[in-house]
Design a protein around this ligand. Structure first.
Ligand SMILES: Cc1cc2nc3c(=O)[nH]c(=O)nc-3n(C[C@H](O)[C@H](O)[C@H](O)COP(=O)(O)OP(=O)(O)OC[C@H]3O[C@@H](n4cnc5c(N)ncnc54)[C@H](O)[C@@H]3O)c2cc1C
Length: 384
């Protein structure tokens, strides 16, 4: 067993950390406007990301990217997790965001959708959630009905991130509602300017995120725009979903570490009743609990990445990394806020933003209870 990061990943870690400390943390309260990176800040940071050698770090080499493996990506995600400078759900300074589903397109579809995204000419959004089906997408009501060489899509979607900037959407719709998630859900590439597709309302959340409500009213999509076979909408997403869950864990580790840095420094400097907070056991224990959880989380994330790179199934590890990472990092932000007292509630410090963002992570991309429900099936099979 070897718990050390390989030498090249230690170097990657050090250089991303320097970048975060020197370029992001000093401006972290000034980078965003209306939930997005300010365009001039984005351009400046993109140049720096290029100089750092991280441009398209998560795009496979075959498509001109760096093709970092999952372990390397966990290192980058964790370091970026230490700052609130970038949007919490899309760092967006390392090149265009490429939804991993797009790598599963056929050649003709790749030409029209994947390659323009990588070149920065087109942007996409992902439309799955609906008013009546979020955590349980199998119950979705949006339907895609075959009509000759087209499908006709009808339904409503909500919480669709980036719909206002997107050129096309990956729309998830039921081709057989009776089958639901067992072969009844398909995925389609839909151009945003297709007649019948409308952005209805921008949703204001307690975070910086501003997702959209959408209606699809007799939206005609060529059958050639279906991703994979009919009924296989969920199949291709599996690897992507695992990776997304590990990303939650890595980000959580970064958040916990920054909260430890802030909390320990403040505890040493703040004096009440004649003694620094750091002398009080109540405060020490908050820091120690976060410290232990950071250690646990890192081991979980790195073990999962190691297993993934050996080609093994990491579904259970990915569930655990997301549940533990999101809940423990929220708790760490909460403790850090408590240690800081009133100043922790202000926008002078990043703590309140970590607190809001990490609270939201416990719901999005799979609420904790639903992940635990799925994990429970595995536990009962293995031990029951
Ligand atoms: C900022 C933001 C951005 C988003 N971006 C996108 C996007 O780009 N594209 C997209 O498709 N979606 C997106 N979403 C949707 C998001 O993924 C869903 O909100 C999430 O999956 C939860 O679905 P829901 O809100 O319908 O909750 P529900 O599924 O209705 O669940 C509500 C609550 O019920 C509880 N619960 C549910 N099922 C069970 C169970 N079996 N056992 C016990 N408890 C249960 C959980 O506590 C859960 O939090 C986004 C959401 C937000 C807030």
């Amino acid at each position: 067993m070897d718990f050390e990061l390989p030498e090249e990943l230690k170097m990657l870690q050090a250089s991303v950390r320097r970048f975060v400390d020197a370029e992001l943390i000093p401006i972290e309260r000034e980078t965003m406007a209306d939930g997005k990176l300010k365009p001039d800040v984005k351009r400046r940071l993109e140049d720096k990301a290029r100089a750092l050698g991280l441009w398209l770090y998560d795009v496979p080499e075959a498509y001109g990217g760096q093709g970092l493996g999952l372990l390397a990506k966990t290192v980058v995600w964790e370091e970026l997790g230490r700052t609130i400078a970038l949007p919490s759900r899309a760092a967006s300074i390392f090149g265009p965001m490429v939804s991993p589903i797009l790598y599963h397109l056929n050649d003709a579809q790749k030409e029209r959708y994947l390659l323009p995204v990588i070149r920065g000419e087109k942007r996409s959004c992902f439309m799955q959630t609906e008013p009546d089906a979020g955590g349980d997408p199998g119950g979705m009501r949006t339907t895609a009905v075959r009509d000759g060489d087209h499908y006709v899509i009808n339904g409503q979607k909500r919480f669709i991130t980036g719909a206002d900037d997107a050129d096309f959407a990956q729309v998830i719709a039921a081709t057989d509602r009776a089958k639901g998630s067992r072969g009844g859900i398909s995925a389609f590439l839909v151009d945003m300017n297709t007649p019948g597709l409308a952005l209805v309302r921008k949703q204001v959340t307690m975070m910086d995120d501003r997702p959209w409500e959408i209606t699809l009213d007799n939206v005609r999509v060529p059958a050639a725009n279906r991703i994979g076979a009919e009924g296989e909408g969920f199949k291709h997403a599996q690897n992507w979903i695992n990776e997304g869950r590990i990303r939650h864990g890595s980000r959580g580790a970064g958040v916990i570490e920054r909260c430890l840095e802030l909390g320990a420094a403040y505890a040493k400097s703040r004096v009440t009743f004649g003694r620094p907070l750091a002398d009080r056991q109540a405060v020490q224990w908050m820091l120690v609990d976060s410290y232990m959880e950071l250690h646990q989380l890192r081991l979980m994330v790195r073990h999962a990445a190691w297993k993934y790179e050996r080609g093994e199934d990491i579904r259970q590890e990915a569930y655990m990394a997301k549940i533990f990472g999101d809940t423990r990092s929220f708790e760490a932000a909460d403790r850090c806020m408590q240690i800081h007292g009133g100043i922790g509630l202000t926008t002078d410090l990043p703590i309140e933003r970590f607190w809001r963002d990490q609270r939201s992570m416990i719901i999005t991309e799979g609420p904790t209870e639903i992940l635990k429900m799925t994990l429970a099936r595995h536990v009962l099979n293995q031990y029951g």
